[in-house]
Design a protein around this ligand. Sequence first.
Ligand SMILES: Nc1ncnc2c1ncn2[C@@H]1O[C@H](COP(=O)(O)OP(=O)(O)OP(=O)(O)O)[C@@H](O)[C@H]1O
Ligand SMILES: [Mg+2]
Length: 255
Amino acid sequence: MSGPVLQARDVTLRFGGFAALDKFNLEVRPEEVHGLIGPNGAGKTTSFDVITGVYRPNEGSVLLEGRDITRWRSHRRTRAGIGRSFQTVGLAPGLTSHGNVLATVEAVQRVWAPFPAPAARARRRAEADELLAFFGLQDVADTQVTELPLGLTKLLELAKVFAGQPKVVLLDEPFAGLSTGEASERVKLISERRKQARTGVVIVEHDVPLLLDLCDTLTVLDAGSVAVSGIPHEVMSDAAVREAYMGEVVEEAGV
Ligand SMILES: Nc1ncnc2c1ncn2[C@@H]1O[C@H](COP(=O)(O)OP(=O)(O)OP(=O)(O)O)[C@@H](O)[C@H]1O
Ligand SMILES: [Mg+2]
């Protein structure tokens, strides 16, 4: 049995006197999809910021495959295998779909040789092709991203997060603005991809029914701390969670 791919241990992050994260804990296994929910301002996005090195925590540590990466810079974490998508669109506007995915492959593999070896270049291009095909984006590979409709933009972002063979990916509201049909399709793609590539996934999403379909584990964050964590259906039947955090959403989901 392999150990966790990602761990956050008792992470506290303060902005002035306010603790956005307060002894926050998270553990993600390879291939696991781990949902993170909680009210606005609970610290979900901030937890991604600490894991990716945007902020250094005041206390606690972040581990990747058991290695302490708490003091590593962001780009080193990216190269070590942490992928991330943002709550707002994070694509390079001057590039095509293929160019965007390729840029991530190159960033992860730290390509800066002015004349890279043709074989290495071909391998990276093939990786970008494979990702676009996996996510059904082959037909828009050469389209400028500024010309893509929102649905495809979000799908391309998803493909880009999985570029460079990450060990764990962090997805911040990847289904925002999508129809239920589109979102369910993406649930399938994420689920399949993490199995195929053995990638751990942490996903922040307000749509609880979708998370129940996708996640192996669900963690509820409240005021920077974990309120409850466990098997999704058990977490959602926790009376306090139903009342305090999810209200009508839970009733609509029929859980
Ligand atoms: N740079 C910052 N300076 C000060 N406070 C911040 C900063 N970034 C985040 N916060 C605060 O930290 C808290 C957690 O914010 P965060 O964005 O992580 O919440 P969230 O759970 O992602 O919420 P949402 O569901 O709205 O995206 C909020 O109260 C926010 O105002
Ligand atoms: Mg957020």
